[in-house]
Design a protein around this ligand. Sequence first.
Ligand code: FAD
Length: 715
Amino acid sequence: MSSILPELRATIRNHTHADEAVVVEQLLHECSLDNKQREAIRTHAIEFVDRCRAKSHKAGTLDAFLQEFGLSNNEGIALMCLAESLLRVPDKDTADRLIAEKILSGDWASHKGQSKSRFVNASVWGLMLTGRVVTLDDDFQVDTASWMKRLVSSLGEPVVRKAVLQAMRIMGGQYVLGRTIEEAIQKGTAQNHSDARFSFDMLGEGARTDADARRYFEAYADAISSIVATGKRASVSDANGISIKLSALHPRYEFRQKQRVMTELLPRVKALALMAKSGGIGFSIDAEECDRLDLSLDIFAALARDEELSNWNGLGFVLQAYQKRATHVARWLIALAAETGRRLMVRLVKGAYWDVEIKHAQEQGMTDYPVFTRKCHSDVSYQVCAQILLGAQREIFPQFATHNAHSVALIRELTQGGKEYEFQRLHGMGHLLYDEVVKENPNAAVRVYAPVGKHKALLPYLVRRLLENGANSSFVNRFLDAQVSPAQLLRDPMDETRSHAVAPHSGIHLPRATYPKAAHPWANAWGIDLADPLEVAPLLEAVMAQGDNQHKAEPIVGGERMPGLSQLLHSPARNATAVGEVVVASEEAIERALARGALAQPAWDRIGAHHRAACLERVADLMEAQCHSLIGLIVAEAGRTIDDALSEVREAIDFCRYYAQQARAHFCAPQSLPGPTGEVNELSLQGRGVFLCISPRSEERRVGKEWRSRWAPYH
Ligand code: FAD
């Protein structure tokens, strides 16, 4: 029987940057819940919220912190920036300067004493620089900024630095179950009932060097040994498990390094998976950024097919519902389980990198986003993915990871009549909600995802949690906020989606239209997703083809080729490979070019800013159309990486459009704008430079200008 996996992989790839409205329409179509069920889910969720609010005094200190410091105020943002940046600052002086800048931007005082939680106040005081209660001066209320300035200058930045780090440590204690796996296991057992399930996460991700990766490998291996030593449970789904991040196990875990990843990273993951298998525990691969997905599917498929890992149901994948291709990945996982004759664990999450994904797609000028732009779309996707996973009980053990009461109520509704599954929550979060779940159904299985590690390794995780939880769209952000009624908080995702006519978020423009607010908007340079095999294949073809071309760069003045000294040019990456020939302009050629330029200048000046702007835009369009060959040329000539070459071309395109926009904004009266008639009629790749042949029509004069790597646009 032929496999359906390749076809499903192709569908996944085709949906990476799919049209959001089309995908969401399809999701609405697939959703099996009727109106009555949806109303029941909402009512159930409202009950959960009411019950949790009634005992909100028991909320964890972290929940209290988030209520006090969201990211919607200066202090929250300053705190995040500071904490995140501090770890990356190598020297104390710079750290102090950073603190001086950030801390003065916050109005810390307005938070003092507002929260009943001692933790919040402790962190406020921590941020108040000394770690002890500070008696406020009277003028604090009047002029906080100067007051802070005086305080910082009297205490000194080193004290501030210590205090901030201390505050971060307090906060870190909320999220991390233990500094070592032994401490975490011991604390986890003491803090929870005896049959509580854990998935331990050894903090650390994004290895930068092989030494980092080896260190993380050892930490995972030690952790697996320690978890196994705590004793076997009846089944792998009851047992404690481990969650790993592939980015921790290899410094080049990226699509461009696929071969290395498959030969170097895969054996490391397999070695850990074998340990987990022999210990009878679960082994989950956390989901990271979208551009890792394709590669992670290859690794996961290789593990699932591996004979040595057969007869074990502990292999786990994390599925992010906010990705437009999520439902297709769910189907691929089911098919993989069926074809390899095993049951897979699948943790369904919404996804923790939303801000990063949006920013990345905009920076890279992608055709569209890989994630949804409306929260309710991710919720609908979560709903459909849950349905798909629960419909394949033989192949999948679903694990629903969420802190959202509506998502919990959804799963309760979908599992009516008995299904095998578990809920998952993060250590330090969601316990109010899950206490209610367990109270309602004592058999409900809830696994705690428990980060383990030292303070320094916590921050990427911490910042992700706080960013996510501080967002207004996030459930936990308003969960305990008495100002928001449960009915407001818990809208049915399908109704909400339809209320926006299934359209993407109107405030989040497509990546190419990132600059819509300017009076004269310009298009973000078109990019190539270097982690998308479908986009990379034609690019590689063009780059390889450039290797066969022999380029010739020579001075052309007034359309006439000028003689000069000729030199062979070699690739700096491969010295033996000649990439072409360059003819150096003679003095006479330069004199002639200058003279012709001077002659053409008055007409060029008279022609006006709009025409010159249109020329620049035409150049940008031509470069965009020939982006692949330009990249190939830069790679061949300058020995650059494809990433760098792509950035270089995109930068040039952006410059052209930006300066065209500036010319229009500053030099053109709006009513006198003629249509966009660029007069650049040729963009030819001639060896070392790109020649723009610009013909001011009135003069029919040909002005050649060489555009080199760092081309400075001109008005
Ligand atoms: P909700 O408030 O219902 O959802 C918030 C989420 O909605 C955001 O995180 C984002 O995904 C999405 N969202 C927010 N705004 C928008 C928008 N404008 N458009 C589209 N979508 C939007 N995440 C990972 O990426 N990888 C993991 O391996 C992982 N493991 C986890 C393990 C556990 C046990 C838990 C509880 C979470 C894990 N997460 C992981 C985090 C998870 O993806 C969510 O970020 C987090 O749980 C919040 O989702 P929620 O359902 O609890 O809350």
